[in-house]
Each structure stands twice: as C-alpha cells, then as structure tokens.
Design a protein around this ligand. Structure first.
Ligand code: PMP
Length: 417
C-alpha cells in the first residue's frame, strides 16, 4: 500500500524532494508506534501532543464503539444530542468561570478562527465595526487557515508565504516575555480602536518554537485588555488538558480569558474535535432576533457524536486516573534526565514546562539525518527548526520515558561532536 499510495498522497509540509518517505505504521498501542517491518518506536510526540492517555485506551475505544452503533453522526443544526450537550456542560464545569458557552468545530485552526470571528463580530454587533485587528506574539502559532496564519509569528517560514495575502491583521508582535507594560501600552494606545482582541498561547507557545513564559505576563495582558476594553483570547489548543501541569494553562496564572480555543487532547488524541468557549458577556452580543447578529459559522460535522463520545470518555479518564500527578512526575523526570544536554556544544537551552521537555540548539543543519538517528535509536522524536522536544503521553511508563530521554541525550551528545 505504501508504494502504490505514496505517488498520490499530499503529505503535510514535507512534499519536498529532499524529504525521506514516511515510515509505514501498522498499529499503535500505549506509547508505542509499530512499523510494518516489525520495529516498535517509543513515542515522544503523542501524535502532535494529542494522545494524552496513550494510544488505544480501552475506555475511549469502548465509548466510541457504542456511539458508532447508536448514532455516528447527525447534523447539529436544529438537532441536539447527549454526547455534545454533556460534553459542553462538562467543559464549562472544568473551565474557570465565567467561560460558559461552547461552540464545537473540527480542528484547532478553526477553533481559533472561530474565536477571531467571535471577537470581530462581538464588536460589530455592538456598532464598533472597525475593530478587526489582533495583537498576537512573536513565537506564536495559531493554525494554518488564512486568518490564523495572519496572526502567527510573521517569521514562521511557510506562513509568511501566505499571511501577507490578507490585510495584515497583527498590530504588534512582541516576544511574550518581553511584553513590557510600556510596549503594550504603546501598541494598544495607538491602535486600541482598531483592535478586536489580544491573542496568545498561554504559558507555552508550541509550534512556533516551544517557548515558555511567566504566568505574570498573562495577568499583565488581562490588565492591558481591560484597560483598553479589548477582548483577550487564549489559544489553549496545545496547552489545554494538562500539558503544562494544570488542566488549562490559564489556571496557573489565575487569569480568565474572554474566549478560549481547545482541541488536540480534547478527544484524548483519537479524532478531530475542537471547542471555542466564550463568556456569557461575549455570547450575549450574539443573542438577538436579527439573523445578521448570529455567529457566521456552522461546520457540517459540528459536534460529531463520535468525537464528542471520545472527548467525554477522555474527561472520564482525567477524573478517574491521576493525570496531573503523572504530568508532574514526567516534568521532574524530563528536567533531571535532559539536564546533561546543557553541556553539549551547540545547545542553547534546556527547559521543561509540565510534560514538555525542550532542548534548543543553535541550529540543526541536517534535519533529516537527525530524525533518522532518533528512529535508529528506537524512538519517535520529531525535531523542528532548532528544537528537539518531548511531549509524551501522560501515561507513558517510567522505563519508556527513560528510553526517550536517554535517546535524546545520546543522539544529541554524538551530534554535538
Ligand atoms: N493553535 C495551537 C496553539 C496549535 O498548537 C495548533 C496545532 N499545532 C493549532 C492552533 C492548529 O490546530 P490544528 O492543527 O488542529 O488545526
């Protein structure tokens, strides 16, 4: 199937003549990826940070199988069903108040795009139609739809190719941790009337560079947003559901955004589902008899019952199993066992936030070769730019995690020579 199908498949980002072909995978289990040739790789990535309970958790598989028999899908326009409404209620119970209205869609990019639409239309519905711009940050990544690309770090290689097609939507792109009050005030003062919202990945910026910042920054952003009467959007597509150590990163800062975007680990990494959750104040701006004031969004597979059943089962596991304690244990192991990398030539930084361990290098010259060496060591580690990182499943066994950190230390140790 690989050789017959490969000439017809369009791969993500890697359709370059220099990229090696993808590895044929036949099964996944726990923190293992099984390849067609019988090799097993220990997974250090959790499939782009989604599979927080490991692969094939029987509780999620059971819930999805039952849902498949009863009602795999039904349109969400004019019909409601228990998987979605139960999930909405449970998400609101978990999130800080007053976040309490859940809009479902299918991917992280669209969840952020919906948040952006909500922010723009929130102002439009109140007669402030000129507020269409966003303040987003250096190192930020928010997705790959047109609008979300326009608020990513402008230096995100591929993204810069397209982001200028749109009217530039970013007002300022400061590094989050250097976002001094004066810099914000300067940007905000100059543009406050044009800004719909401040958009940020709280605590940990992911795909833009695995950069962490102090929670105090988020409190500063909240104050700045309030001072200027601007909405605050948290993109917790990466950080949501325990990855940074608390169920949601906003909790660590004690800051509540006006809108939050969730996806990735929402279904425990089993299928595409996303949620954009807004406060009642935001929602009320859309409650009207005027159809033009309704949120202009409604995807076909909105609130897909299979995906909602998976998400409900994932939340069961967060309640019944000690996930956040596992994250804390992973954080301690990552900090301890990645530490030797600090001494290698060309290593700029080693940092850990929750179940995210990062080794930042000055540069990675031969990315394909580095990836090959990780596979050769029996681990699935996917460096990007100048970053080698581990974001394992929270259920990973101690010995498997040690295999990952040992591989990173061994591969980078040899690499730096
Ligand atoms: N926001 C953040 C913070 C992300 O990490 C990602 C995915 N890497 C997205 C948005 C986009 O999500 P998706 O790939 O599901 O569209």
């Amino acid at each position: 199937w690989l050789t017959k199908g490969l000439p017809h498949i369009w791969l993500p980002y890697t359709q370059m003549l220099t990229s090696p072909p993808p590895l044929p995978v036949v099964a996944t289990q726990g923190s293992r990826i099984k390849l067609a040739d019988g090799r097993e790789l220990v997974d250090g990535v959790a499939s782009w940070w989604t599979a927080c309970h490991g692969y094939n958790h029987p509780h999620i598989a059971g819930a999805v199988t039952r849902q498949l028999r009863d009602m795999p899908h039904v349109m969400f326009g004019g019909l409601a069903h228990a998987p979605a409404l139960t999930l909405a209620r449970r998400l609101v119970e978990l999130l800080p108040k007053p976040l309490d209205r859940v809009f479902f869609c299918d991917s992280g990019s669209v969840a952020v795009e919906v948040a952006m639409k909500m922010a723009v239309q929130f102002w439009l519905n109140q007669g402030a139609g000129g507020r269409t711009k966003f303040l987003s940050f250096k190192g930020g990544y928010h997705g790959d739809t047109f609008a979300t690309m326009a608020v990513c770090d402008p230096e995100e290689g591929m993204h810069s190719l397209f982001s200028n097609v749109l009217t530039k939507q970013v007002i300022a792109d400061l590094p989050v941790d250097e976002a001094s009050e004066w810099a914000f005030d300067a940007a905000l003062d100059a543009h406050a009337g044009a800004l719909a919202a401040i958009l940020v990945e709280p605590l940990a910026q992911g795909a833009g560079g695995m950069i962490f910042h102090d929670p105090a920054v988020l409190r500063k952003l909240r104050r700045a947003a309030d001072r200027h009467g601007i909405l605050l959007i948290f993109d917790e597509v990466f950080t949501g559901f325990g990855r940074t150590g608390t169920m949601f990163a906003c909790e660590a800062a004690g800051v509540v955004p006006d809108i939050i975007a969730l996806s990735k680990a929402l279904t425990g990494g089993t299928m595409g589902l996303a949620a954009t959750v807004a406060t009642s104040t935001v929602f009320e701006a859309f409650s009207s008899t005027d159809p033009m004031r309704a949120l202009m969004h409604g995807p076909t597979f909105m609130a897909n019952p299979l995906a909602c059943a998976a998400a409900n089962a994932s939340l069961d596991l967060f309640a019944s199993e000690p996930r956040l304690r596992q994250v804390a244990a992973i954080a301690a192991a990552l900090a301890r066992d990645l530490e030797p990398c600090r001494d290698f030539a060309g290593v700029r930084d080693v940092r850990v936030q929750g179940a995210i361990g990062v080794v930042e290098l000055d540069q990675i010259n031969d990315m394909n070769e580095l990836k090959r060496r990780f596979v050769e060591s029996g681990v699935w580690v996917r460096p990007f730019r100048n970053i080698v990182y581990l974001t394992p499943a929270f259920t990973i066994a101690e010995a498997e995690l040690k295999r990952l950190t040992d591989a990173v230390v061994a591969v980078l140790g040899a690499w730096s020579k």
